[in-house]
Design a protein around this ligand. Structure first.
Ligand code: GDP
Length: 342
């Protein structure tokens, strides 16, 4: 009999890749979505169009304990992937505070419902490198100190501790992944990688000349979302639950991303990118870079998509969407790609 998985946040980037991944392994895939998503699928289910008829979507709310009990009763999942959360690293701390309680309660309600109605269900919590925030060591590993600096990071850290408590107190098979930035053509438009990839396509199409960015020296440990959902699944296949850092272990600057993205389209980023002070965030902390050694040793996980391949895939997808053909490997692109390849 095929296993049943329940995914919260199935409409997002990670949710959609995870759903594909599980369907390919013969899972029966259920998703918890807001009622509005079912009423306005074009807008809310755009990442699931190609697999929509193979999924079972349930309208429900993480803010309602009763609704979670109902869905858990109905689905009786073998595995639950809790990916849903508000994410506003960009906005101000004060503005985000109202979302804090909602997300923490949602995680707690879900864990409680599973523990009560489906205690054998294996649980994955989507933690984030933002939990390290003002990290005092680099790269960060599972034992590094958590010093979150955003509402998002604090919220995720609470979820991480809730997950650990359900594991330790109730013996639930509950694990957290501490995931570093992971991107793809399905990334939200507000993130810098998607902004750059989309900007390159717009410029190539002659629809705009220039692209405004913030801090070009900011660094991130960027991986591909498709690789990261595989790590989530691997955590739930282990005999014992645990927490894992999931990262590539290498970081690149926003400038490097832009340089490569423009080069893929045969363009020179220096002719198009400018820094808009409005987009620059206040001084950023020590760059977050993860040490994925534990995931490699225990899960056998390693990222497969390197930086250059990620950039190429994102730019190509944006160009395809506009019906543009990328120039065949230009000398500039070849040179940058060589530098970017691990
Ligand atoms: P996150 O902040 O790690 O969740 O991801 P983002 O993609 O939003 O930002 C990654 C880094 O890119 C941050 O250090 C930003 O300061 C930097 N950055 C530079 N220019 C931009 C921009 O135009 N938009 C965004 N979102 N980030 C930018």
């Amino acid at each position: 009999m095929s296993k049943r998985a329940l995914i919260t946040g199935i409409t997002g980037q990670d949710g959609s890749y995870l759903a594909e991944f599980l369907l390919a392994r013969d899972y029966e895939v259920h998703g918890l979505v807001r009622r509005i998503a079912l009423h306005d699928p074009e807008r809310h289910l755009s990442r699931l169009v190609h697999i929509r008829d193979r999924l079972v979507l349930h309208a429900g709310s993480l803010e309602s304990s009763a609704s979670l009990h109902q869905v858990v009763d109905l689905v009786r999942p073998d595995e639950c992937y809790h990916l849903a959360a508000h994410s506003f690293v960009n906005t101000s701390f004060e503005d985000d505070l109202p979302t804090l309680g909602a997300d923490i309660n949602g995680t707690h309600y879900l864990l409680a419902a599973l523990n009560e109605r489906a205690p054998a269900c294996r649980f994955y919590f989507a933690g984030t490198s933002e939990m390290f925030g003002h990290a005092d060591e680099s790269p960060q590993r599972e034992t590094s100190r958590f010093l979150p600096r955003s509402t998002y990071g604090i919220n995720k850290l609470a979820g991480y501790h809730l997950t650990r408590n359900y594991r330790e107190r109730f013996g639930m098979h509950a694990s957290s992944g501490v995931l570093y930035n992971h991107e793809s053509p399905r990334r939200g438009h507000e993130f810098v990688t998607r902004r750059i990839a989309a900007g390159v396509a717009q410029i190539l199409a002659g629809r705009q000349e220039r692209l405004a960015l913030g801090n070009l020296d900011a660094r991130r440990d960027w991986g591909h979302a498709r690789d990261y959902v595989r790590a989530m699944w691997l955590m739930l296949q282990q005999e014992t639950p645990d927490d894992y850092v999931v990262a590539t272990g290498e970081s690149h600057t926003v400038r490097e991303f832009a340089q490569l993205a423009f080069a893929v389209a045969g363009l020179d980023h220096r002719e198009h990118v400018f820094v808009d002070p409005e987009l620059c965030r206040r001084a950023e902390d020590q760059p977050l870079v993860g040490d994925p050694r534990k995931a490699r040793e225990r899960l056998g996980w390693h990222h497969q998509v390197g930086f250059a391949q990620l950039v190429r895939e994102m730019v190509t997808a944006e160009c395809d969407a506009l019906g543009l053909t990328l120039p065949l490997a230009t000398p500039a692109a070849a040179q940058v790609v060589e530098q970017g390849e691990e």
